[in-house]
Design a protein around this ligand. Structure first.
Ligand code: 13P
Length: 262
């Protein structure tokens, strides 16, 4: 078993929220974050209009914040796009890129995802690169190949020093919002593919998150898997009670690990 030092839990609000409910949620997270211990890092990725609210509520707190996408362009005539330097002005430090809901519903290619990651890095923002297969791809036995190819597109364009600044999230599309999660064995296989690829091609170690139907009831079991450095959490991150319960589960697993290594 690998000794683990910390877990990163990122809430992906997707297209949810209102000023009033966000204020309550963020306030509760700030109040409770300190009780989780320094080894559990919380973050939220909010819709663009709520970035200023996140900045006001979270600046100078231990909770990080960011967005769910950035443009592949720095500025220009790209109606509806939001650039990485714009979100950096609001103190955002994270940007999800290549979420399956963007790859599938907005036809984003892995090459576009790679350019978006580059733009985020140039603006000093850490990209959380999402990779993962659809149910059809899993059934066809293509999971490893899909994940490898998605990651390759990013590794092909980034310098090694920039790869070392990435966070990678494995989010099988079929597990998002469905209540289904991969078995430990399925998970282990994919994490091995990602780690092996990173070591072979750039020899770097970056945090690997898991995303898809994470809940307080399955969090502890999931975090017990030593390859998982944290999570990208959708629906459950909209409830302070659930998000904090997941964070508590991460904290419990970490303290158990520490006891084990004493
Ligand atoms: P759910 O936790 O709602 O399944 O969503 C996961 C996700 O897509 C996080 O980015």
């Amino acid at each position: 078993m690998k000794k683990q030092q910390s877990k990163l839990l990122v809430g992906n609000w997707k297209m949810h929220g209102r000023l009033a409910s966000n204020a309550v949620l963020l306030h509760t997270l700030v109040q409770r974050a300190a009780t989780l211990g320094p080894q559990v890092q919380l973050a939220v990725c909010v819709p663009y209009p709520y970035l200023a609210q996140a900045q006001t509520s979270l600046e100078n707190t231990p909770i990080d914040y960011g967005v769910q996408d950035v443009s592949a362009y720095m500025h220009g005539a790209y109606t509806g796009e939001v650039s990485a330097p714009m979100v950096a002005e609001f103190g955002a430090t994270l940007a999800i890129v290549g979420h399956s809901e963007r790859r599938i519903f907005h036809s984003e290619s892995s090459e576009l995802v790679a350019v978006k990651a580059q733009r985020a890095l140039e603006a000093g923002i850490t990209p959380i690169i999402c990779v993962g297969e659809t149910l059809d791809e899993r059934r066809a036995g293509q999971t490893d190949n899909v994940v490898y190819t998605q990651l390759s597109a990013v590794l092909n364009v980034l310098e090694k020093a920039d790869v070392a600044r990435l966070i990678i999230a494995y989010e099988p599309f079929w597990a998002i919002g469905t209540g289904r999660i991969p078995t430990a064995q399925q998970m282990q296989k994919v994490y091995t593919v990602i780690r092996t690829q990173l070591m072979a091609e750039v020899n770097v170690h970056v945090p690997l998150l898991y995303g898809g139907s994470l809940k307080p009831s399955n969090a502890q079991e999931l975090f017990s898997q030593s390859e998982i450095d944290g999570a990208l959490i959708g629906a459950a991150s909209l409830s302070a009670i659930d998000f904090l319960a997941i964070a508590k589960a991460a904290s419990t697993v970490l303290s158990e690990n520490l006891d084990y290594f004493k």
